[in-house]
Design a protein around this ligand. Structure first.
Ligand code: GDP
Ligand code: MG
Length: 445
């Protein structure tokens, strides 16, 4: 997606507000990208509509390009459709507000990761929430399925219901409720059977189990690599059992996260957890921002835009842009830029954010430049007189010595700052010639 959007956005560069045709052109690419990430078609449609409406006519921040602005809008909508973050986020915590034992029922296709996730949750509940769980496997279809959960239970040190051969799922569920009560467990985790495909027998079984156990949480476990099929699975379960959330497994694989968007849309329920490996601690709270980034694959342009908006006062950027346009760029300006770089998380963070900045970062590191250098540079410029900052040429050998002494550095460090200033001033003149990159110039010099 990065490449494709890159092309479209190059065309968008340098315009003031997002026009309808700009947005429509960009959306064609976003649409393809979503389909490639295995987002289901109806979901893609709704998404594109929502984003198009928001993007057309929206103001472009001064310090970013229109292209970056579109990415931000697309990203924000993705995050929202995935459940949101911060104060506006839908609740993704497990609901444990019920009379113990609180029943959590896992449903899903065979091989989706139900049994593994059951054990992961048992461990998580114990370690993070201090809850005592009991786990019970109701899978009588697959030989050794119950044995599998028992072994995992031993590994995470969470009790499992003793196996009684020949018992049917609903009866096992009843027995599990009794046993959990007797042992004063806070939570009862019910691991159920799956099928290779959804069928009526499976649904009847899930319904019956849910009726006798009255679960507080019914979590649909879905392999994130399933793609378009995931939607059919979700749809089938949604009508039959009272789902309360989704767990996406195998997020450690090369899944692009499209399933998350489809699941959230089709079930209308929050994605609560992401499984990130076979190990029993490989489970994480679902993070919409991260998954949105994965679907878009736009590096961290988004956080760049956010940080730019938060850090750079418009007037400052404007004043600098004017100066640059005149080819003026003094040491005060350099100092301001260094401050901004620090505010934005230092060189490392900046390099990580910008596509193409990785090389620049390596070069900086090779020349021994790190975040401490930013602070030193600031001290050096601070030790100059205002006149010297305006006219670096004034800095002869004697003055350089004074500045070095004043900032606790060496003359060669002072020279480095001057050299950097020269290079940046030169680069800015070039950017000015190329035109359009004003915003980026203000950010990165
Ligand atoms: P079930 O049939 O739904 O109970 O699925 P299982 O829990 O038995 O899991 C099937 C396979 O997927 C096992 O080999 C698990 O180790 C593996 N698995 C489950 N969750 C994850 C995950 O998040 N990441 C990876 N890489 N493997 C997983
Ligand atoms: Mg299983």
């Amino acid at each position: 997606l990065s490449d494709r959007l890159g092309n479209v956005f190059d065309k968008l560069k340098g315009r003031g507000a997002l026009t309808e045709s700009d947005v429509r052109e960009a959306m064609r690419e976003v649409r393809i990208a979503l389909l490639e990430a295995d987002v289901a078609l109806p979901v893609v449609r709704r998404f594109i509509d929502a984003v198009t409406e928001k993007a057309i006519g929206s103001e472009v921040l001064k310090s970013v390009t229109p292209g970056q602005q579109v990415v931000k809008i697309v990203n924000d909508e993705l995050v929202e459709m995935l459940g949101g973050t911060g104060e506006d986020a839908e609740p993704r915590e497990l609901n444990l507000n019920a009379k113990p034992p609180v029943v959590i029922m896992m449903v899903g296709l065979q091989g989706s990761g139900k049994t593994t996730t059951t054990a992961k949750l048992g461990k998580l509940l114990k370690e993070k929430h201090g809850k005592k769980s009991m786990m019970a496997s109701l899978d009588v279809n697959r030989p050794a399925a119950q044995e599998q959960l028992k072994v995992l239970g031993e590994q995470v040190d969470v009790a499992t219901l003793p196996i009684v051969p020949g018992q049917q799922p609903v009866d096992i569920a009843r027995r599990a409720m009794e046993a959990a009560k007797l042992q004063a467990a806070d939570v009862l985790l019910l691991d159920t059977a799956g099928r290779l495909h959804v069928d009526e027998a499976l649904m009847a079984e899930m319904k019956a189990i849910s009726t006798v156990s009255a679960p507080t949480e019914v979590l649909l476990v879905v392999d994130s690599l399933t793609g378009q099929d995931a939607v059919n699975v979700a749809q089938s379960f949604t009508g039959e059992v009272p789902l309360t959330g989704v767990v996406l497994t195998r997020m450690d694989g090369d899944a692009r996260g499209g399933a998350a968007l489809s699941m959230r849309y089709v079930t209308g329920k929050p994605v609560k957890f992401a499984g990130t490996g076979e190990k029993l601690d490989a489970i994480e709270a679902f993070d919409p921002s991260r998954v949105a980034g994965r679907i878009l694959g736009m590096g961290d342009v988004v956080s760049l835009v956010e940080k730019a908006a938060a850090t750079i006062k418009e007037e400052e950027a404007e004043a600098l842009a004017k100066k640059m346009a005149k080819g003026e760029f003094d040491l005060d300006d350099l100092r301001m830029q260094l401050k901004q770089m620090q505010n934005m998380g230092g060189l490392g963070a900046l390099a990580g954010m910008m596509p193409g900045m990785k090389k620049a970062k390596a070069a900086m590191q090779a020349s021994g430049m790190d975040d401490k250098v930013l602070i030193h540079m600031d001290a050096i410029i601070g030790s100059m007189t205002p006149k010297e900052r305006k006219r670096p040429k004034l800095l002869n050998a004697k003055r350089k010595k004074r500045v070095a002494a004043g900032s606790g550095t060496q003359v060669q460090d002072v020279n480095k700052v001057l050299k950097m200033h020269q290079e940046m001033a030169k680069a800015m003149k070039q950017i000015k010639k190329m035109g359009g990159l004003k915003g980026l110039g203000a950010l990165f010099g």
